[in-house]
Design a protein. Structure first.
Length: 170
């Protein structure tokens, strides 16, 4: 099957997403990244069936992601926040310990597209993706501009394809 055929076969299916905001400073009232993702996913015809806000600390991040990938009504997990290089940003090292395999192309493509938008500051992002429990987990920055780029240029275009490739067309 060609790439186009794979995409076409996967694109008709509404997916169920988990959205996890990771932040030491955001709560439900001040979170901008999580609602941006939820609105974008719903507008594209998908569902958000799991939603949490957790502190940028390894244990709450790992617990929330494990709950999300264990949920039968979640096809794909998106996290937002904690992907920078500040010492308090522990999202990426935490997820890397959980990944059964990585999807290096996601981070590479995200930084390439970011470079076009913001220049060399794109190197500050550690956006990444991998598989946990047969589900794709994508770690995104917290900035709505970065989320708009990731959602519009990568995630919405490839989500169905990612799910069918990792879990089968069922």
């Amino acid at each position: 099957m060609s790439l186009e055929q794979h995409r076409a076969a996967a694109s008709h299916r509404a997916l169920r997403f988990a959205v996890i905001t990771i932040s030491d400073t955001r709560d439900a009232a001040s979170d901008r990244g999580g609602p941006f993702l939820v609105d974008g996913l719903v507008a594209a015809g998908h569902q958000v069936t799991f939603r949490e806000i957790v502190k940028d600390d390894s244990e709450p991040i790992a617990s929330s992601v494990q709950r999300a990938v264990s949920a039968v009504d979640v096809d794909l997990v998106l996290t937002t926040g904690g992907t920078g290089i500040a010492p308090r940003d522990v999202t990426v090292p935490t997820l890397e310990k959980l990944f059964e395999s990585t999807i290096p192309g996601f981070g590479e493509l995200f930084r390439m597209l970011s470079f076009r938008a913001i220049g060399s500051a794109a190197i500050l992002s550690r956006a990444t993706a991998g598989l946990i429990g047969g589900k794709v987990v994508i770690a995104l920055p917290g900035s709505p501009k970065a989320l708009e780029l990731a959602l519009g240029e990568i995630i919405l275009k490839e989500a169905g394809h990612l799910v069918t490739q990792t879990r089968g067309p069922g």
